[in-house]
Design a protein around this ligand. Structure first.
Ligand code: AMP
Length: 561
């Protein structure tokens, strides 16, 4: 194996320090193991720190949260602490409200910034107490934020920055009017930041009405030259965050790569993944920017000598690293920019050799896979995670292959005495079976693992409670593969009932009411199961018609493909 380090990758990185952030924030990022800004952070942080409004086209997985959270924290640290919150972040779902507030809390730990998630479904008492004590950043869903404004428990007169995160999702969920009402409560002098994965005209309208000379940032517009991409098998697995490490182990077991790089986002992740893989019997080595030159050299030597089969690395650490004969590039996360994906997979399939690029994506990150497909013009196949049965079958196959190789090449004569001493008492076939069992066990044996559940829609406003499951008892779900779940941007608040949906779908699309599966209605949107072959036809039909006097967004539910 040939490995070269072209230059010291750490020297050339300007990193977060070049973006004008305070020392407290830089220390927080270092302690989280972030090595360099993602492209959206590189572009967005300087203008935001300078106080500009900004419109950014970026999906989950690009690092957009830190792109707005760091400048918000920087401004809070520099300004005075008022009675009311200094920043308001509006997000479409409860899940995102929690994620964003955790991120703000982590980045702002040294600054002692107080952040509060505010969303429906959570007892309001706790929110009231926290608001009364004083909060610096409120991260909330528009409905609940408006409730607080109307109760007089949230005053936005001191807000200096408003962030609209995942603005397209908020509009799809019918929050447009709430957003307008909330913005009207904030000072006109505020800084306004809008992030959205897509830029339909309605988003542009909001930006024109509420933002002043915004800086505009669009990621991933550049195309890829033909020939720039290697011919590798590209696949992805959709896995919930909690099951990613287990999923990685299982995928590696089935793929059995000769030599692979596993890319992680942070130093912490590198260490954690390396430890898990070693625990699973792999010879894995970590490579990240927190290591000394000496440590890195030793890792590279072991890789050269073939005593390491898996390298677990951050982008920064792997930069300038040229490893021949890599069979697999594995992305433990979707890379923060489609260009980074192209760069990473360029490490396999060299000189016409076969290679595989495998990506683990969380349900919310599927958009990023689409963005990569658009950039490369190549398809990424979604695969199903190997089940415990698949894994058992694969391990037996490996045992069989090992036996076959031994039968074909090894000199087995010296073991004949063992065999002869047993044949008086036992049948040869049984002796062979016992030998296979021992070999199999020595190689790791049978899998003692739980099944990894396939991801369900993310928890949050998107996960309706049991109470919402109207029509759930009508009949059993058809098998999942034949069912598509459709999102309707209309819910209980518009007075919607299950029979309205059934009536509209059956009436407009010609589908029989019996073909319509489970219906879930929440305050603001609904999910309806229809037979997969009819899904596109239903969507097209619904776009031409109204339900309870409205024409809601109708599309496939994004967490199910
Ligand atoms: P987001 O797109 O904001 O949801 O972020 C996606 C993930 O990337 C989160 O888990 C962040 O903690 C992580 N992340 C954000 N910025 C960086 C960075 N510069 N380096 C490493 N990880 C990051």
């Amino acid at each position: 194996m040939v490995v070269t380090m072209e230059n010291d990758p750490f020297e050339s990185v300007a990193g977060f320090a070049g973006l004008g952030l305070r020392a407290e924030l830089l220390r927080a990022l270092t302690s989280l193991g972030y090595e360099e800004p993602t492209p959206i952070q590189q572009e967005a942080i300087p203008p935001l720190v300078a106080g500009n409004d900004l419109v950014g086209q970026a999906a989950t997985g690009t690092g957009k949260t830190a792109a707005f959270a760091l400048p918000v924290l920087q401004a809070l640290a520099a300004g005075r602490r008022d009675a009311g919150p200094g920043a308001l972040v509006l997000v479409p779902t409860r899940e995102l409200a929690e994620q964003v507030s955790q991120a703000v809390h982590r980045y702002g730990r040294e600054l002692g910034v107080r952040v509060l998630p505010v969303y429906g479904g959570q007892p309001i008492g706790r929110q009231l107490q926290a608001l009364a004590r004083g909060v610096d950043v409120v991260v909330g869903t528009p409905g609940r934020v408006l409730d607080h404004i109307e109760r007089g428990t949230l005053k936005l007169g001191d807000v200096r920055t408003v962030v609209l995160d995942e603005a397209d999702e908020m509009l799809d969920m019918g929050f447009a009017e709430d957003i307008e009402a909330i913005l009207a409560e904030t000072p006109e002098t505020r800084q306004t930041v809008l992030f959205s994965a897509t830029m339909p005209p309605r988003i542009d309208g909001i930006a024109r009405r509420h933002l002043r000379n915004p800086v505009r940032i669009t990621m991933g517009r550049k195309g890829v030259e033909p020939g720039e991409l290697p011919l590798v098998r590209q696949s992805a697995y959709i896995v919930a965050r909690a099951h990613k490490t287990a999923a990685l182990g299982r995928i590696l077991d089935v793929e059995a790569p000769t030599s692979a790089i596993v890319f992680c986002r942070t130093r912490e992740e590198v260490d954690q993944v390396t430890e898990t893989l070693n625990g699973r019997g792999y010879r894995a080595e970590a490579l990240h920017g927190g290591m000394s030159q000496d440590q890195r050299d030793r890792v590279m030597n072991r890789l050269r000598a073939g005593s390491t089969e898996l390298l677990v690395a951050t982008d920064v650490a792997a930069r300038g690293l040229d490893v021949e004969q890599l069979t697999h590039v594995i992305n433990f996360n979707v890379p923060a920019a489609p260009e980074a994906y192209v760069h990473r997979i360029g490490r396999v399939g060299r000189a016409g050799r076969e290679g595989s690029a495998i990506t683990l994506a969380e349900p919310r990150e599927q958009r990023m896979l689409k963005a990569i497909e658009r950039l490369t013009g190549q398809r990424i196949t979604l695969e199903k995670l190997p089940t415990v049965t698949d894994l058992r079958a694969r391990r037996l196959e490996l045992t069989r292959t090992a036996l076959q190789a031994s039968l074909e090449t090894d000199d087995l004569e010296r073991f004949r005495v063992v065999l002869d001493s047993l044949t008086d008492e036992f049948d040869v076939e049984n002796i062979a079976l016992a030998a296979v069992k021992l070999l199999h066990e020595a190689a790791g044996g049978d899998v003692e693992e739980e099944e990894i559940p396939s991801p369900s829609p993310a928890a949050g406003d998107r996960a309706p409670s049991g109470r919402d499951r109207a029509g759930g008892g009508r009949r059993d779900r058809p098998s999942d593969s034949s069912v598509a779940r459709l999102f309707f941007g209309i819910g209980r608040r518009a007075g919607l009932r299950p029979q309205d949906l059934v009536g509209a779908i059956a009436g407009e699309s010609g589908l029989s009411a019996r073909d319509i599966g489970a219906i879930q209605i929440t305050d603001r949107f609904s999910l309806v199961e229809v037979p997969e072959p009819a899904a596109d036809m239903v969507i097209a039909a619904m776009q031409r018609s109204t339900i309870r006097g409205r024409r809601p967004t109708v599309r496939r539910e994004r967490f199910v493909r």
